[in-house]
Every structure is written in structure tokens, then in C-alpha cells.
Design a protein. Structure first.
Length: 245
């Protein structure tokens, strides 16, 4: 039941993407920074960073419209996207982008103001026909990697939002803050590998269970698919960290 609700939520988020797309825009935050405006995407990205300190990448698993697009594309290509050096591409993209935002803000004009609905029509992002060109371009950008490389390939390789949550999660762990994660009990595992088959991120969950480290994987999106699929309940949600023996 939980996975049905999760998928319904994330697909609904995708349906709302024409309304919300500017709040996830890496370009619009640069344009706003040039005018010293703290816009909607700045607030959203900052919220992702802060919330991930406590909840990890749960946003990616339950609410991300880009994730919803890619889970739909799993109907076309259900094989796992390979975990390799391509995962670092998103970190390079994110680093260059953040540097650009900072530089543009430093040389920007006007007093600092807050406008959550900057460049939107009554809060709606795509409000005219011309904007649909950008919208479908972004959708195409997210779809192609998932179709070519497999499940949630865009999340692995090019997502500009994931690094915020990866950094926030790491901060939470370093500060030993109670944080939502998947706890593994390797003694209960029967090696059926059903967890691997249902993981939308294509992670080798079974191998991580054996090492009892799946809750520390930066690519885990806390969707709970492995928790719900495990026949022996070797996996479960937890908040508090336990010391490794």
C-alpha cells in the first residue's frame, strides 16, 4: 500500500510540473541573483538542504516531479542504471552552477528582496505557449537518460537537485542528528535479492544489507520499496543511528 501511495504522489507531482517547474529552475535562480532577488527556487533548494539533514533524500522518493517522470519511463527501460563515474557528473554540474549563482549575486544590482513568485503568473510557472518549449525541453532532458541508461538515470547522472540532499544528509550524519534511513539486519537476510529488483535507483541493496551500510548510501532515496518487499523484514525505517560493531 505504501508504494502505491508513494507512486501516486510522485506521479501527481509530475502532473503538476508545468505549475512548479520554475521553483526548481537552475537558470531562474541565476537571473534572480543578478537582481539580488531571493526567488522561489532559492527557497526550495535551501529547504531541500535543511530538510535532508533530518530526512535524507526522501524528497526524491516521494515528491520530486523529475523522479515521477523517470519512474514512468521505467515502463520503457526497467534495467538498473549503472553506478559508475557518471554519478559524478551531477556534482560537477552543481558545483559550476552554484559558483555562477554566487558570482552573479556578488556583482548584482539593487537591494536584496524576497520574491517567491518571481517570473511566475500568480505562482504558475508555465503560463503561456512559449514557456512550453522550455518545459518540454526539460522533460526531454530527463527522459532520454532514463530510456537509454535505465531506471532513474537522470537522478544518478545529471540531477541538479540531488547534491543539495546529498550534502544535507552527510551533514546530518556527521553531526549525529536523528535522520530517517533504512536500517539493515543482515542476520535476517535470506539472500532472495527481491530488494534489488524493486529499488527504483537500481542499487545493489542486498550487498549493502550484508555490509549493513545501505542507510549510508548517498544514492538511496528513502522510498522504502526494499522495506516493503523484504519477506523477512530484514529492512526497516529508523531515525536514530546505531554504532557499528
Amino acid at each position: 500500500m505504501r508504494q502505491k501511495i508513494r507512486k501516486a504522489m510522485i506521479i501527481f507531482s509530475f502532473i503538476l510540473f508545468p505549475v512548479t517547474i520554475w521553483y526548481f529552475s537552475p537558470y531562474l535562480i541565476i537571473q534572480a541573483a543578478s537582481e539580488h532577488i531571493i526567488n522561489g527556487s532559492f527557497i526550495v533548494f535551501l529547504s531541500m538542504l535543511v530538510l535532508s539533514v533530518f530526512f535524507g533524500r526522501v524528497w526524491c522518493g516521494y515528491l520530486c516531479p523529475a523522479g515521477g517522470i523517470q519512474e514512468c519511463m521505467a515502463l520503457c527501460n526497467d534495467r538498473p542504471a549503472k553506478q559508475n563515474k557518471r554519478d559524478r557528473i551531477k556534482l560537477v554540474i552543481w558545483s559550476i552552477w552554484i559558483i555562477a549563482v554566487i558570482v552573479v549575486f556578488i556583482f548584482g544590482k539593487n537591494d536584496v528582496t524576497i520574491d517567491p513568485f518571481y517570473m511566475t503568473d500568480h505562482g504558475i510557472s508555465v503560463s503561456d505557449i512559449g514557456n512550453y518549449v522550455i518545459y518540454y525541453g526539460v522533460v526531454f532532458l530527463l527522459v532520454i537518460p532514463a530510456v537509454v541508461h535505465g531506471k532513474r538515470a537522470s537522478c544518478h547522472y545529471i540531477c541538479w537537485m540531488a547534491p543539495f540532499m546529498m550534502i544535507g544528509s552527510r551533514i546530518g550524519r556527521k553531526l549525529k542528528i536523528p535522520q530517517l534511513h533504512i536500517k539493515a539486519d543482515k542476520d535476517m537476510c535470506v539472500y532472495c535479492k527481491r530488494c534489488n529488483k524493486v529499488c527504483p535507483m537500481g542499487l545493489d541493496v542486498n550487498q549493502m544489507v550484508l555490509k549493513e551500510e545501505n542507510h549510508r548510501c548517498s544514492e538511496c532515496i528513502q522510498c522504502g520499496a526494499c522495506v516493503d518487499e523484504c519477506p523477512k523484514k530484514a529492512l526497516k525505517y529508523a531515525m536514530r543511528w546505531e554504532k557499528r560493531s
